[in-house]
Design a protein around this ligand. Sequence first.
Ligand SMILES: CCCCCCCCC/C=C/C(=O)SCCNC(=O)CCNC(=O)[C@H](O)C(C)(C)COP(=O)(O)OP(=O)(O)OC[C@H]1O[C@@H](n2cnc3c(N)ncnc32)[C@H](O)[C@@H]1OP(=O)(O)O
Ligand SMILES: NC(=O)C1=CN([C@@H]2O[C@H](COP(=O)(O)OP(=O)(O)OC[C@H]3O[C@@H](n4cnc5c(N)ncnc54)[C@H](OP(=O)(O)O)[C@@H]3O)[C@@H](O)[C@H]2O)C=CC1
Length: 298
Amino acid sequence: MPRRAVDGPPGLPSPPPPGASALPPGTFAGTVVLVTGGGTGLGKAVAAEFARLGADLVIASRKEDRLAAARDELAALGGRVTAAACDIRDPLRVAEVFDAAEEAHGLPDVLVNNAAANFPVPSEDMSPNAWRSVVDATLNGTFYMTREFGRRHLAARTPGSVINVGASYAWTGGPGFAHSAAAKAGVKSLVESLAVEWGPYGIQVNGLVPGLMPHDDMTEDIRGNLDRAHDKDARQPALRVGRPRELGWAATFLASPYARFITGHTLVVDGANWQRRALVSPPVVTVREQLGRGPFAE
Ligand SMILES: CCCCCCCCC/C=C/C(=O)SCCNC(=O)CCNC(=O)[C@H](O)C(C)(C)COP(=O)(O)OP(=O)(O)OC[C@H]1O[C@@H](n2cnc3c(N)ncnc32)[C@H](O)[C@@H]1OP(=O)(O)O
Ligand SMILES: NC(=O)C1=CN([C@@H]2O[C@H](COP(=O)(O)OP(=O)(O)OC[C@H]3O[C@@H](n4cnc5c(N)ncnc54)[C@H](OP(=O)(O)O)[C@@H]3O)[C@@H](O)[C@H]2O)C=CC1
């Protein structure tokens, strides 16, 4: 396997090129996959891997222009793609999206809860509405989508697979991202509760945690945080960041027939960054300082 020729340690090898797949061609033929936030970034990368393996797609998020562009890109990979404008914070709209999906393709077999909201902010500066908007989209939206998926499969007596995209600060806490970390901890807990509740009905519920995987669609808030922190290749134990397709490959495996006995598990795809410890503790830098903010004043 080719490795970088460098004087220092080489880091983890690069992944196979875009378009490669570990699963047999057609693994998801006849399968419908619903991806929230499937019009951008990691959601689009996950949707693309399912499409390459034969799936029909439903992508759902708020902004119709981005959804339409992604629909055309994804349709070029093979299957039929439906774009559904939806704010997942609205349970009535969530139900309508499932109605539309059923009408166009049949009940989705796989649900990827990828949509989320986030921005870095010191907790003392966070307004109640800022907290609410992140927790509503990330945790409540994930529950509304999952509930709708589960109810319909239970009624139809059909199996299904749910994948909740998380973040490793669900375990560690996330200073500067307290709202998102609390919401992702809730999302991880849902995986564990629902895998047991719905296992008897044939519904798998797993979590999938990306490490740092930069992409062109990142919001200015998140991109600004990466740029400010220089949090890139050299700061990762792998000596590289993740590629969005690496998350897509993991998602297709978890939803595939080869992972039928895996449920209630959260798979971390981050080159061990979240396990990182040093022999000597690094200096403490407050979140305010990291974000370049002055002292707190009421
Ligand atoms: C540790 C490991 C490292 C790891 C390194 C980093 C990687 C972390 C992992 C990444 C995890 C992710 O989830 S990345 C996914 C990020 N993608 C997204 O967030 C896409 C969707 N985002 C959005 O739509 C917007 O950015 C967002 C603000 C969240 C929601 O928009 P809405 O239209 O719902 O709401 P708005 O009305 O604009 O704003 C709602 C309130 O939030 C406040 N608000 C908005 N931006 C704010 C900001 N930067 N700072 C303070 N407050 C803010 C507003 O002032 C409002 O409060 P009031 O003024 O009081 O009304
Ligand atoms: N990129 C990374 O390095 C990491 C990402 N993650 C996780 O990966 C997932 C994808 O993140 P990423 O691709 O980077 O971010 P993006 O900002 O590209 O994706 C977020 C998606 O969610 C959609 N969305 C946001 N709010 C709502 C809402 N209320 N209703 C419906 N859709 C919504 C957005 O579309 P629209 O605006 O059109 O609604 C967008 O497509 C998230 O769960 C994130 O927490 C975790 C760790 C690291």
